[in-house]
Design a protein around this ligand. Structure first.
Ligand SMILES: [Fe+2]
Length: 380
């Protein structure tokens, strides 16, 4: 095995995947003694040292890298497994970093469905639900209890309720003086919620309390799937929508929210993490007019793709079900309905994506990874 090579700024460590370089400051902070065992918080401040940390000696003992530091009586024992992870992934292991499974119009029968009692009482079911929300971006909780606390009980099993301009909860039903197209019987075009808020809520819950009207089917599509299709069909259009922010608003007598969002949201690796779409809450474009000459055709192409049948699922919201979806990825809408044909009442609220992933990580660390065993095939 090759030796550890020390330099002024760091060291090259022989790992199973080959030699890898690590910076001294990074290694000093990676020392397990920097984390308090009780609070689990960092108790070492690299800026408290008089000089930048520098190794005096370093050696591998078993499965740890042992570093003796210059200028302080500190010996660090850093697990090689941690170094292997950062050398290969560039970041810490994360059980919630699950690839998004893009879906199309045939997905409706495969949406994860979990009864509310199981979500609340069984960590395996809660892991199944949260994993589906990370991978598919949508899931349905069935058999919701009918008491007033039913929805908050469900939300709180995943995360705290995120307030919005509407408060903690909102009701979707016909109103006499609506402040939002959702509160009418008209069709509601495909959108993500509240793009005018600085941080639009991450995970949306829609609990169907009553639905006896004619029409009013719920519409959903996977915005990440449409964005990836755009990337494949028109990379230049994709690049424009992923680069520039456009303005959105939410405005009435007593409020005036404004925020800029990218229509296609990507992470540092360029993976699509979500979309922001809302024709009814889009403000007057403020990109340079000449840029709009190329931006608008790209934007309109993306909006038209969102109307294609290959992406869209339709289903009837049933009383007692709660649809949960990633508000930054799943684009939703509603067909119009006949207002006096019955009653339609959905109650909604939000939590955030960070809470969802936190809940899943805790369950995964307890051994509940949420993977559902494939049904056994009958042998011939
Ligand atoms: Fe909505």
């Amino acid at each position: 095995m090759t030796q550890i090579t020390l330099t002024e700024t760091g060291m090259t460590v022989p790992l199973s995947s080959g030699p890898a370089y690590f910076n001294h400051c990074w290694l000093r902070e990676a020392c397990p003694s920097c984390i308090d065992s009780q609070t689990r918080e960092r108790i070492f401040d690299v800026a408290s040292l008089p000089d930048l940390p520098r190794a005096r000696t370093a050696r591998i003992e078993g499965d740890t890298l042992v570093i003796d530091w210059q200028g302080e009586p500190q010996v660090s024992h850093i697990p090689l497994a941690m170094l292997e992870t950062f050398a290969s992934r560039g970041r810490a292991d994360d059980p919630a970093d699950l690839p998004r499974k893009l879906w199309y119009s045939d997905f409706a029968p495969r949406i994860a469905r979990v009864p509310q009692a199981a979500v609340l009482g069984d960590p395996a079911a809660r892991a199944q639900l949260t994993r589906a929300l990370i991978e598919d971006g949508i899931a349905i909780v069935t058999d919701m209890a009918e008491d007033d606390d039913s929805l908050p009980r469900l939300v709180n099993s995943i995360g705290s309720i995120t307030p919005s301009a509407e408060g903690l909860f909102f009701d979707v039903r016909v109103e006499i003086a609506p402040t939002n197209l959702a509160f009418t019987a008209g069709p509601l075009e495909m959108h993500t919620d509240l793009p005018g808020e600085e941080a639009a809520p991450g995970v949306q819950f829609l609990h169907c309390l009553q639905n006896t009207v004619e029409g009013g089917l719920s519409l959903f599509l996977d915005g990440a799937a449409v964005a990836e299709a755009l990337r494949a069909e028109d990379p230049a259009a994709f690049a424009l929508l992923a680069e520039y922010e456009i303005p959105f608003f939410y405005r009435h007598d007593a409020y005036d929210y404004r925020a800029h969002q990218r229509v296609i949201e990507t992470d540092p690796e360029g993976r699509v993490t979500g979309v922001t779409i809302s024709q009814h809450l889009q403000d007057t474009m403020d990109l340079p007019q000449t840029l709009l000459d190329t931006y608008y055709p790209a934007f309109i192409k993306f909006l038209k793709m969102m109307q294609e049948d290959r992406f869209l699922i339709r289903f009837r919201s049933e009383a007692g079900n709660c649809v949960i979806f990633d508000n930054h990825r799943i684009v939703h809408g509603r067909e119009g309905y006949v207002a006096d044909s019955g009653k339609r009442h959905l109650r909604g609220c939000y939590t955030d994506r960070g809470a969802l992933r936190s809940t899943y990580r805790v369950l995964a660390k307890q051994g509940f990874d949420g993977v559902v065993a494939a049904p056994q095939m009958a042998s011939a």
